[in-house]
Design a binder for this molecule. Structure first.
Ligand code: AP5
Ligand code: ZN
Length: 216
């Protein structure tokens, strides 16, 4: 499968992607995770991106398009297809992606929008815990790890993201509505859009996504 998960901060993109990866044996390209890995490695790009991310803004289209292009070209896990999470996030990114995939003869098959009202996102984001190395996310109340503050798979500690505070979240939501939501119409026009009620429990959301893909 070649698909995009679209949704505001806390919609559940990172929560749902691993289910799809396991089912379809494709790669999960999460641009936020890639940027956070650059931040952790203190690369020049990471240092620049951290300022923008902590303020809830968007990193430049050129940087993001190149990052995805590079992964799609070199990551062997992407041979069977991919789940894009957090990309594209602007109309120019969506256009560049279409162009890039058209050149390869592997067009996008589905763009699934995870729909959740803003009010619910605040409690999801402020309760989130993440395992930095894998990008796995948990929630203090909605999806607690088996052992407090510990990743189920590796036993390593969980942390809070530096942009998961009320201030940055407000800006991330504004950026979503202004710059990302227009890509919903973009994909409606090309006929590959599907919307899912993502306010439901994770398992229900998973089933709804599989239905959109004709798999449930
Ligand atoms: P990114 O990492 O993509 O952040 P985001 O879009 O704000 O999305 P989140 O990761 O916050 O939400 P999610 O949908 O993955 O939710 P999750 O599944 O974890 O980007 C970070 C930053 O990087 C951006 O702000 C920007 O600066 C930059 N960036 C990244 N990509 C870029 C691009 N293409 N262009 C420019 N800049 C870019 O779930 C959230 C919480 O809710 C968890 O605790 C989870 O356990 C819980 N939860 C999930 N589903 C449910 C459910 N169904 N019921 C109850 N709880 C649930
Ligand atoms: Zn995420």
């Amino acid at each position: 499968i070649r698909m995009v998960l679209i949704g505001p901060p806390g919609a559940g993109k990172g929560t749902q992607a691993p289910n799809l990866v396991e089912r379809f044996k494709v790669c999960h390209l999460a641009t936020g995770d890639m940027l956070r890995s650059q931040v952790a490695q203190k690369t020049a790009l990471g240092l620049e991106a951290k300022k923008i991310m902590d303020q809830g803004g968007l990193v430049s289209d050129d940087i993001m398009v190149n990052m995805i292009k590079n992964e799609l070209t070199t990551n062997p896990a992407c041979k069977n297809g991919f789940i894009l999470d957090g990309f594209p996030r602007t109309i120019p990114q969506a256009e560049k992606l279409d162009q890039m995939l058209a050149e390869r003869g592997t067009p996008l098959q589905k763009a699934v929008e995870l729909q959740v009202d803003d009010e619910l996102l605040v409690s999801r984001i402020t309760g989130r815990l993440v395992h930095p190395a894998s990008g796995r996310s948990y929630h203090k109340i909605f999806n607690p790890p088996k052992k407090e503050m510990t990743d189920d798979v590796t036993g390593e500690p969980l942390v809070q993201r530096s942009d998961d505070n009320a201030d940055a979240l407000k800006k991330r939501l504004a950026a979503y509505h202004q710059q990302t939501e227009p890509i919903v119409d973009f994909y409606k026009k090309t006929g590959i859009w599907a919307g899912v009620d993502a306010s439901q429990p994770p398992q229900t959301v998973c089933t709804s996504i599989l239905k959109c893909l004709g798999q449930a």
